[in-house]
Design a protein around this ligand. Structure first.
Ligand SMILES: [Zn+2]
Length: 131
C-alpha cells in the first residue's frame, strides 16, 4: 500500500508553488535551501553554542572489519540542539523538502517511489552501503 502522505505533500507543493515554477528557479531555490540548512547548523554552533563540533582524524586500527569500523567513527557533534535551534533547523529542512518535491514535480518523479527505492537499497546493502 502506498503511503498517501508523501503524495499529498507533493500535490500540496504543486499547488503552493505559484511563482518560480521554472526548473531554473526551483534548482536555484533548492540549492539555496541546502545552504540555509547548513547555515542554520553553523549558527547553532557559532551563534548559540548549544552544539559544538569537535573533529579529529579517526584513529582506526589497521586490521579491522567493516562492521567494527562503526565503533571508531564519530559524528563530531557534542551537545544537543536547543529548542530554538531545533525549530530553525527543522524549518530549513522543511523548506529543503518543499523544493525537492517541487523539483520532483517538474520532472514527473514520485518522491515516495524514490524513498522506497532508497530504503530497499539501504536495507539490502546494510553496512556495505557506502556513500
Ligand atoms: Zn541553540
Amino acid at each position: 500500500m502506498k503511503d498517501l502522505l508523501w503524495d499529498e505533500f507533493q500535490e500540496s507543493v504543486q499547488e503552493g508553488l505559484i511563482r518560480d515554477r521554472s526548473i531554473l528557479d526551483v534548482l536555484s531555490k533548492y540549492q539555496d535551501s541546502t545552504a540555509r540548512v547548513n547555515r542554520s547548523i553553523v549558527k547553532a554552533v557559532t551563534g548559540c553554542g548549544c552544539i559544538r563540533v569537535n573533529a579529529a582524524k579517526p584513529e582506526v586500527p589497521a586490521e579491522i572489519s567493516l562492521r567494527e569500523l562503526r565503533a571508531y567513527m564519530d559524528d563530531h557533534v557534542e551537545g544537543e540542539l536547543c529548542a530554538h535551534c531545533r525549530e530553525v533547523v527543522e524549518e530549513e529542512v522543511g523548506r529543503q523538502l518543499f523544493y525537492m518535491a517541487a523539483l520532483a514535480n517538474i520532472l514527473n518523479l514520485n518522491v515516495y517511489d524514490i524513498l522506497i527505492k532508497e530504503h530497499k537499497k539501504v536495507s539490502t546493502l546494510g553496512i556495505y552501503n557506502i556513500c
